[in-house]
Design a binder for this molecule. Structure first.
Ligand code: ADP
Ligand code: MG
Length: 242
């Protein structure tokens, strides 16, 4: 499991994450909601070891991200897709997707390429596998980003607002693939502003407010009047979203 225990993160005088506790079990889809600046991206970056923790502990299948010797193992288990595509412009889609399997997993190139093509196919990009990022639409680039994370066969997929830079049509393309991944049992920690979509695919929803994880509820309870909606900050957040 992915276990976040009493995590604290401070930037200067600002406490950005304040005692965050969250467990994601294999097979779960957990969405993280919260206003801009509430600490969602920082939490994802902490899970990846991109930020040093100021307190608490994060383990991925028991590997502690704060221990240099365990971080590589933790990272292999958690694939991350960010809002911006960050593809290598001088490499084709297939080149981008096979890079980490070759460099990190030490797969033979042929095997990595076959895997990359299979995964690109599964996100609907089989015919565009040899295109360069500049030749792809935003939605296609984000699907390459998703394929790149999936090529590492992560146990946990971390998604940070992967559709917020996309127009509605491209957003629908990418959400369609995420829905399929959720159905097939991929474990996901999903930061999003797509509330209706989160409602459809999540087992649980957590709400971050000013760096505190104030609510962690099964999806139906989160949206019920007596559950999440009884929390004034959540009611306010959801009303602004509509
Ligand atoms: P969210 O993703 O929920 O919008 P972030 O995690 O990006 O929120 O940011 C949470 C808070 O931390 C914000 O107030 C932001 O300005 C601050 N912050 C994030 N990264 C840094 C950084 N590298 N240095 C200083 N402050 C940061
Ligand atoms: Mg963010």
């Amino acid at each position: 499991m992915l276990a976040i225990e009493k995590v604290r993160k401070v930037f200067g005088a600002t406490t950005v994450l304040d005692g965050v506790e969250l467990v994601v079990e294999p097979g779960e889809v957990v969405s993280i909601l919260g206003s801009s600046g509430s600490g969602k991206s920082t939490l994802i970056r902490c899970i990846n070891g991109l930020e040093r923790l100021d307190g608490g502990r994060i383990t991925v299948d028991g590997f502690n991200v704060s221990k240099p010797r365990e971080l590589a193992e933790a990272r292999k288990r958690s694939g991350t897709v960010f809002q911006l595509f960050n593809l290598y412009p001088h490499m084709t889609a297939v080149g981008n997707v096979m890079l980490a399997p070759v460099e990190v997993l030490k797969l033979p190139k042929k095997e990595a390429e076959a895997r990359a093509r299979r995964i690109l196919d599964s996100v609907g990009l089989g015919p565009r596998a040899d295109a360069y990022p500049a030749q792809l639409s935003g939605g296609q680039r984000q699907r390459v980003g998703l394929a790149r994370a999936l090529a590492m066969e992560p146990r946990y997929l971390l998604l940070d607002e992967v559709t917020s830079a996309l127009d509605p049509e491209m957003t629908a393309e990418v959400l369609g693939i995420l829905a399929e991944l959720a159905r097939s049992g991929t474990t996901m920690l999903f930061v999003t502003h797509e509330i209706e979509f989160a409602r459809r695919i999540s087992n649980r929803i957590v709400f971050l407010d000013g760096g505190r994880l104030v609510v962690d509820l099964p999806t139906a309870a989160f949206f019920s009047a007596a559950g999440g909606m009884a929390h004034p900050r959540i009611a306010q957040f959801l009303s602004k979203m509509q």
